[in-house]
Ligand binder design. Sequence first.
Ligand SMILES: [Fe+2]
Length: 492
Amino acid sequence: MLEGAKILIVDDSPDIIMILSDFLEFNGCEVYTAACGKEALDMLGKEDIEIVILDVQLPDINGISLIDTIKVDKPTTAVVMATGYYDPNFVIDAMKKGASDFLLKPFEFDKLLLVMMRVIRERNLLVEKESMMLNLEDKKKIEHLNRELQKKIKELTTMYHISNKFNSINIFEDIYEKMMQIVGETLDVRSCGYYVSDPETDDLVLYTGHMKDGAAPDPDWKRISLPSDFNKDDRGARKHLVRDNKVYLPLVIQGEPIGFIMTESRLNGSRTPKAVENDIFFLRLIAENASTQIENRMLYESLFESILHTLRSLIIAINKRDFYTDGHCKRVTNLSLILGERVNISEYEKDVIRVVGPVHDLGKIGIPDSILLKPEKLTDDEYLIMKSHSEYGEEIVSRFEILAKEAKIIRHHHERYDGRGYPDRLAGDMIPVCSRVIAVCDAYDAMVTDRPYRKGMEADEVLTEMARCSGSQFDPAIVQAFTEIIRDGYER
Ligand SMILES: [Fe+2]
């Protein structure tokens, strides 16, 4: 029954140690010995002792005091006290401190054996219980960690979706509408809106927003006032304010609040403070993403404006040499936008035409006056030089990386639908649609405009000529749409 049990005998009497050791080893125990308290503690530190048989009187310490130390360091180690006389007070004291039993000297071996067997059984139960408690604790910890992990995964997924949605917004989309759409999709709120200040009344006026689940809007939803204690410094510092079931958060651009997001949670009280805190976290994330996008757009637009300014100054230089180019470029741009709309080009392509139209002949800056301004027919060599203006224009514009698409449109504005144009002899749909649109308008305007050396042709006459060139020089579908525009009474 005691087979393999690790027992430590602590006694200053070598005789007692010897007798006990012999008996316990005979019963299969693994016996360790110590002659004083210090030796006992050293041994307990080295070996995984199951039972300590502890003499009350030790040379260096009282055995009762030693129980405390043993129970702190090794709570599952059982302690059996050994004493030469029975003292009820001592027994109670020892039991209170955690002793499992006590033995009277001289030892009765039968009793000793029974006590040891009982103690070892109790100790095994204690170890089992400790292990179960530890497992239970571990299980609880794991469940808690799992819940936390799930929350983190959900949070990270939501953050990823928010950032993804902002990254997929294209330049033509209304960033504020998109922002509120993302708020509506991300948060479980009754309504959300983006408001801008009415400078006259200091009220906030709804710019865009949603009522969710078909809820009826409050009558004053479209015009609200900020709570009076939401001070200016807090607004500029991107701080939020929670009032009743509403959250107010400023949208700050370059340190200034340009508007406010307001979300209203449901009134059924389902929003716990934790859920509101969660909403605020995502609301701030959305506002930060929107601010970054708006700032990027502002940067892009100012960069774009400065590039266009540079290009316009180059065009002014050409116009000073050739007055025809000035009005011609403006007319080609306007007409191309009307024609583009008629042939259903995208908003992005219209923006490309707005940039390219005025500068499509920018390359003429590299053509000598003797050729550019020559009233007579150009020689073959001169024509070759004149034709280089489309490539030269592309070369200038392509130096601005953000105008890569525009540069290509300039390059191809003299291609022909049948592939016999220049510089790349592209044919059909291989020619960018903006170039095909500009080519038609460019040719029309050139033919109807008076030049110093010839009178402009009549519109009908030009349309006949364009119909003749439809499918060879020009895209037939674009010529068709163009003819309709002129027939509808387009005024130059
Ligand atoms: Fe041209």
